[in-house]
Design a protein around this ligand. Structure first.
Ligand SMILES: [Zn+2]
Length: 92
């Protein structure tokens, strides 16, 4: 009987460890793309990427499907681009 609960926990763990396109879109964010070779960067719509790659596609792997528009490098890093920075914590 314990198998179902265990698989639920595993699924939660995976979701927490790796952001997926669907989760990023659900939180109103897009995908920030950065070229490791020339520093060119852009923000791509999560919705557009979901149409191409699917909602379950892991955000860190989106870059493996991209080519830099500026220098042609395939060494592109991707991460969620949150719409607003987190609140600044006061230190005093
Ligand atoms: Zn580049």
């Amino acid at each position: 009987m314990g198998g179902f609960k265990r698989s639920q926990i595993d699924a939660t763990e995976r979701t927490r460890r790796v952001e997926r396109l669907g989760g990023v879109q659900d939180q109103g964010a897009d995908i920030f793309c950065w070229c490791n070779r020339c520093g060119h960067n852009t923000v791509m719509s999560a919705a557009t990427l979901i149409l191409r790659l699917g909602a379950a596609f892991p955000v860190p792997e989106v870059g493996t499907r991209m080519r830099c528009q500026a220098c042609g490098s395939r060494d592109v890093a991707t991460r969620p681009a949150w719409p607003a920075p987190p609140p600044v914590t006061r230190h005093d």
